[in-house]
Design a protein around this ligand. Sequence first.
Ligand SMILES: NC(=O)C1=CN([C@@H]2O[C@H](COP(=O)(O)OP(=O)(O)OC[C@H]3O[C@@H](n4cnc5c(N)ncnc54)[C@H](OP(=O)(O)O)[C@@H]3O)[C@@H](O)[C@H]2O)C=CC1
Ligand SMILES: O=CC(=O)O
Length: 330
Amino acid sequence: MAMCSTQLNSQFLSFFPAKPRFFVSIKATSASTPKDDDIPASIGFLGLGIMGTPMAQNLIKAGRDVTVWNRTKSKCEPLISLGAKYKSSPEEVAASCDVTFAMLADPESALDVACGKYGAAKGMSPGKGYVDVSTVDGETSKLICEQIRATGAHFLEAPVSGSKKPAEDGQLIFLTAGDEVLYEKVASLLDIMGKSRFYLGEVGNGAAMKLVVNMVMGSMMASFSEGLVLSEKVGLDPSVLVEVISQGAISAPMYALKGPSMVKSSYPTAFPLKHQQKDLRLALGLAESVSQPIPIAAATNELYKVAKSHGLSDQDFSAVIEALKVKLQQ
Ligand SMILES: NC(=O)C1=CN([C@@H]2O[C@H](COP(=O)(O)OP(=O)(O)OC[C@H]3O[C@@H](n4cnc5c(N)ncnc54)[C@H](OP(=O)(O)O)[C@@H]3O)[C@@H](O)[C@H]2O)C=CC1
Ligand SMILES: O=CC(=O)O
């Protein structure tokens, strides 16, 4: 039903009209877009890596008042050139902004930037909001939420589906959960950075949705990689396999996008392999928490670990194919 409604391109979809538990909004909604007065005037952005940089850039280009911080300060320079302000700690950013976004590498860095010594929580107070768009596990998200809410501020987890190019194009998919009042308040900002946003209820649900999606993505990429190396080993042209797959029922934008460069053993980084392995590891933890077997994801995780051990952590996650080539040579 949800998909049908989305395909009908409703402006605002509520699956449980009487008592909404989760809903999806497509860009440029009217029903959930706050009045101008409610839109945060000043926005903080912590974490300017592959994703954070274009996301913050889009906010600046849309005319928003943005203050940035990044552990490696040099990555702030291009944004400062575009008009961003700079503060020297997450605490100072949070103290000077109405709403602060964070796009960090993993649970450890997300926790440290939010709750560490000069962390964002120290700068939070009633009326402010913290939106964590990093991919972390639900437990980490709940810990951050507790610390933020303890200051009287609101918290929203909002991991994103979509990679470097969707981030540049403002086409991300936000998987949000937490304080609905904050979700409403930042809706227009999410719409600058993304093409759709899901509100999924309690903190942990956004993280869980993101981990499930990336578990599927990691396995799809591993399976595709096996297909490419096997086709070549039996004398087929892997480029033709990419074309055959693109025309059939298992076609996927990801295969069409990554396939041609994988055939050339080229892996320009959009989604670092180390982050895909982190997401598989976290998905395994999620499955463990409810005693759900996910054997394909478990095997896939091992393959990404092999790829990491071969120095491919910072390559694109499609470089996982190299782990299969290494095995074949042994
Ligand atoms: N790339 C992608 O396609 C997508 C990524 N994601 C998720 O988004 C998040 C960010 O990804 P991405 O931008 O690609 O990652 P990057 O590795 O490019 O950037 C990571 C960011 O985290 C910061 N960071 C890392 N460790 C610490 C620390 N200990 N303390 C403070 N800051 C730290 C880095 O700072 P510094 O510059 O100093 O290293 C950098 O700003 C990850 O959770 C990832 O899984 C989600 C969707 C797509
Ligand atoms: O997390 C990665 C993505 O492409 O989404």
